[in-house]
Design a protein around this ligand. Structure first.
Ligand SMILES: C[S@@+](CC[C@H](N)C(=O)[O-])C[C@H]1O[C@@H](n2cnc3c(N)ncnc32)[C@H](O)[C@@H]1O
Length: 238
């Protein structure tokens, strides 16, 4: 087997949402890396792997989530160096990510840096269940039907991101990275008449999970690991 790099989605939190294919990829790898904020902190993805597959050892790669682009880039470069060193030893390397590796994930940054250093490296991904899918299931929300559309947005820069999706009432809206703006997001949804059926999920599948109507989330911010799901505006069945 040639050395290779695979990004493995481990789902949002509940270890039972890690797929059989993800499990096989982890067990088939010579080395499994997981992102963390500090070398002595168990990352979220690592903790899911520990529960789903205690036999799999995860080596931590530090990815400081900081606003300083230089520090972030330096951490990515260091992580890529470590991955390349393993590939040079002939290893098949897996990198675990929360949810899906192709959606708002560090994996493609890492893969690009690895391929810059070692262009012959085959890169693959194993899809993972995403947080909003878990939220839809837990809250009993039908996300899309018929010709309805989906807007999936990041509110890291604030609730203004809702402007475009709110102009499309027949679209469902999923908001990621907006935990700290939850009250402001709730206010915008209310002003647009879209609070009905809108739900938020915080720490889905993890200790401390909270799920509830966005209408009840108007007073305090939620954690970074929180998402909002707004169903399309629908006619009441006659
Ligand atoms: C960097 S993105 C990772 C997305 C991930 N790759 C996915 O496919 O779901 C982080 C955002 O995903 C959402 N998220 C991921 N896991 C979550 C969880 N367990 N509970 C609630 N939201 C979660 C939150 O909106 C969070 O701010």
């Amino acid at each position: 087997m040639r050395p290779s790099l695979v990004g493995v989605g481990v789902g949002p939190g509940d270890p039972e949402l890690l797929t059989l294919k993800a499990l096989a990829a982890l067990r088939g790898a010579d080395r499994v890396f997981g992102p963390t904020m500090a070398v002595d902190a168990v990352g979220r993805a690592e903790s899911i792997v520990r529960q789903a597959a205690p036999d799999v050892v995860v080596e931590r790669l530090v990815f400081a989530i900081v606003r300083d682009d230089g520090a972030r880039r330096a951490a990515h470069e260091q992580a890529a160096d470590r991955v390349v060193a393993c590939l040079e030893e002939g290893e098949r390397v897996a990198f675990v990510t929360l949810g899906d590796p192709n959606v708002y994930s560090t994996f493609h940054h890492l893969a690009a840096l690895v391929q810059r250093r070692r262009p012959q490296t085959p890169v693959e991904t194993v899809p993972g269940i995403m947080a909003f899918q878990a939220l839809a299931s837990t809250s009993g929300t039908v996300v899309l039907d018929g010709s309805e559309r989906l807007h999936l947005v990041s509110a890291v820069d604030g609730p203004e991101v809702l402007e475009v999706p709110l102009a499309d009432p027949e679209a469902a809206i999923v908001v990621y990275k907006g935990g700290r703006h939850l009250p402001a997001l709730a206010a915008r949804l209310d002003a647009a008449g879209r609070l009905e059926g809108a739900v938020f999920g915080e720490l889905l599948g993890l200790p401390g999970e909270q799920v509830g109507p966005v209408a009840d989330a108007t007073s305090s911010p939620a954690a970074y690991l929180a998402c909002v799901l707004v169903p399309p505006r629908r006619e009441a069945p006659s």
